[in-house]
Design a protein around this ligand. Sequence first.
Ligand code: TYC
Length: 107
Amino acid sequence: MATQIDNQRDTVVERSLAKLAPPPMYQVVLLNDDYTPMEFVVAVLQRIFGKTEDEAARIMLKVHHEGRGVCGVYTRDIASTRVEMVRQMARANQHPLQCIMEPAPDA
Ligand code: TYC
């Protein structure tokens, strides 16, 4: 039957698209504030985002001067987990550090 053949072809096309399409990516962004110590932000970037001390200091200073800075680009679940880890580490140390995730601009 013609309808069945068309349905089968649609299914095959959808499956191959699902396999080829890269997942949507999200950037994790730190926001500046006036109270969180610089050393704490550097420690967050090293511990949670695997940055070297130099990389971490550079990102921290960018946030300090420009208001925000990207810590890394990840799939949705990994970005979400890292945002939660930052919030937890900030809360545990009573710092107002803010961290968000947003869709990464297309590469
Ligand atoms: N502005 C903070 C200070 O002067 C340092 C800081 C940097 C805070 C980055 C947050 O995401 C941040 N102590």
